[in-house]
Design a protein around this ligand. Sequence first.
Ligand code: F6P
Length: 361
Amino acid sequence: MQTHVRRIGILTGGGDAPGLNAVIRAVVKSATNAGIECLGLEDSFDGLIFPERSRPLTPRDVTGILRLGGTILGTTNRGNPFAYPISTESGPADYSDRCVDNFRKLGLDALVVIGGDGTLAIAYELHKRGVPMVGVPKTIDNDIVETTMTFGFDTAVEFATGAIDRLHSTAEAHHRVMVVEVMGRYAGWIALYSGIAGGADVVLIPELPYHLDRVAEHIRARERWGARFSIVVAAEGAFSSGGARTVKTEGTTERMERLGGIGETIARELEPLTEKECRHVVLGHLQRGGSPTSYDRVLATRFGSYAVELLLAGQFGVMTALHPPDVVAVPIESVVGRTRTVPADSDVVRTAKHVGICFGD
Ligand code: F6P
């Protein structure tokens, strides 16, 4: 298709993930090299709602950001233009028309939207109203469908694995059970991968509701053959069979519920069942910080550069995706409203079970 993209807006939305800056850099460099001007929109869609919160991005502005965590554009998971968190007589404000108007006033031809399912869903709604866009999937949770990997995941797993390595020595020294709570929202990818990489004894994920008595028996069995410590990795979304997720803050129309606290619960409940001292650690936002791994830098750069190829080809309403060994485009409508969870019969789960990891299922 013939394309007339001369000026694009770039935004990052939702929770940050290591590699966001690497995507921004790749988009700006590739676009500039193709004769396209770039405008950075600050704090997700706020940069469209309030156009003064936008600034030109040139290769000079993105030099040196490849290795930086966070996002130079800022982000928020509270700026949905269709339900903006300010009260009006009829509830949250609808700034979607204003976004479409400002998109035109800013002289933009297309948007590159770097975000998770929530941000991509918003972008898709704007796309249907005439705002051409290309999406780039981001999240440490690795839970976006139609791509086998999102950038940020590898860095989060690397951090969690390092933490599990460190907990091994203190757990062993004190003959304790250490429960490590990791992020991941409704998917167990971070727990599964870091649990395998870190040599955990138990991995609890939302996809396989657990029975605590089976977990306790696994720990007691280890004790019987002389392993007097155990490492339990619990995804924040994990829950017991017949139980419910541990929610820290209930969701609202403006933001999703916050999970957290399952690690503490598991440690408390395991103590009487194992007759061992059980402690818990919550890795929390440490998993989102720091420099992206080389894997995430490469994936982020491939996604950013491919997004520009798509713009040049006039292919809009799509998301870059990893279909190894290639980066491809998938329609955004096949992505929104869905979550990629761990298939219970996947080879990764089977592998973990083969090497003796207990899921308590
Ligand atoms: O989606 C990324 C993520 O870090 C989840 O793993 C976690 O549940 C959530 O975001 C936390 O979000 P917030 O930083 O808004 O509390």
